[in-house]
Design a protein around this ligand. Structure first.
Ligand SMILES: [Zn+2]
Length: 297
């Protein structure tokens, strides 16, 4: 795996997190989040997990790299498909072991046909829910062209990603009215660190997830539905207890995302917020202990 050469390395120390200070930029060397922990530089690169939250405007695209394997969660909208492909190539990705389409909305799966045409893909996971849009049809066609079948993303599915435990926690039901609530929710555990990816799951899906009693705790929460007030309820946040919240959205989007109420709930809990509209692409690297955070800006 390559490290980006010309990016500023941004380290958010635990002290800064607790004090709620602004992000500090450090353009010299990576420093562990916990200053007393010097194990990061001694770890071979292959033991690290890197998660890239791509700035694809109003939409989601997340690359997870673990033990030489690559998983893509969503691929942005149609107009960002090539940008996702270019980014993956720049990161040295030659094959995707797993692609997850969290749900069939265009801001998540729109660019997926372009990605499917650009890389060999081993496995595709999507919830069992259809959509009549041209974007979704294009993705189904691209999946068929690659002779792939769709594995159903549902609660309890373990994703075959080595080096970590990657599990699909939702959808837990199959009778939602709102397509967003079918979102594949993924929790990745790497050593002592956990990452939760909510897709566009809303409060109803969060409540169902809480009712299962499954462990939701995560250091980093990819906030549901671009920071909409329809997601990220108080009870849900209390169970996840994240240190960092990542909101993926476009600047000046027509939905008013992120909604003020959501930001208030996150701030009240002392959670550090990172946003792709403000910070650009966000990369988090962990060896299972420390977290290193890099952003474009
Ligand atoms: Zn969305």
């Amino acid at each position: 795996m390559k490290w980006p050469n010309n990016k500023l390395l941004i380290i958010i120390s635990l002290a800064l997190l607790l004090s709620g200070c602004n992000i500090q930029i450090n353009d010299t060397a990576p420093v562990a989040e916990n200053q007393t922990n010097n194990t990061v530089s001694e770890q071979p690169v292959s033991s690290e997990t890197r998660i890239h939250y791509l700035d694809v405007g109003q939409g989601d695209a997340v690359l997870v790299q673990s033990a030489g394997q690559n998983m893509l969660i969503d691929a942005g909208d149609n107009s960002h498909g090539q940008q996702v492909v270019d980014y993956l190539e720049a990161m040295g990705v030659e094959q995707l072991d797993i692609i997850v389409g969290t749900h069939p909305h265009a801001d998540h799966i729109g660019g997926m046909d372009t990605v499917l045409q650009a890389f060999p893909v081993k496995a595709v996971y999507m919830p069992r829910i259809s959509h009549t849009s041209a974007s979704f049809r294009d993705v189904l066609n691209a999946i068929e062209e690659q002779n792939l079948k769709i594995n159903t993303a549902r609660a309890g599915t373990i994703l075959p990603l080595t080096g970590v435990k990657a599990e699909i926690l939702a959808p837990v039901k199959d009778n939602y009215e709102d397509l967003n609530n079918y979102s594949a929710v993924i929790r990745i555990v790497c050593g002592k660190r956990a990452f939760l990816f909510m897709g566009d799951a809303e409060k109803e899906a969060e409540a169902d997830l809480l009712a299962t009693g499954t462990d939701l705790k995560a250091d980093v929460l990819k906030v549901g539905h671009h920071g909409s007030n329809s997601s990220t309820s108080e009870p849900f946040l209390s169970s996840v207890k994240p240190q960092y919240a990542i909101i993926m959205l476009g600047a000046d989007n027509p939905y008013g995302h992120p909604h003020t109420e959501t930001l208030k709930r996150l701030n009240r809990s002392g959670i550090k917020i990172l946003r792709t509209d403000l910070n650009g692409t966000i990369i988090i690297t962990t060896d299972g202990n420390s977290l290193q955070i890099e952003t474009d800006r």
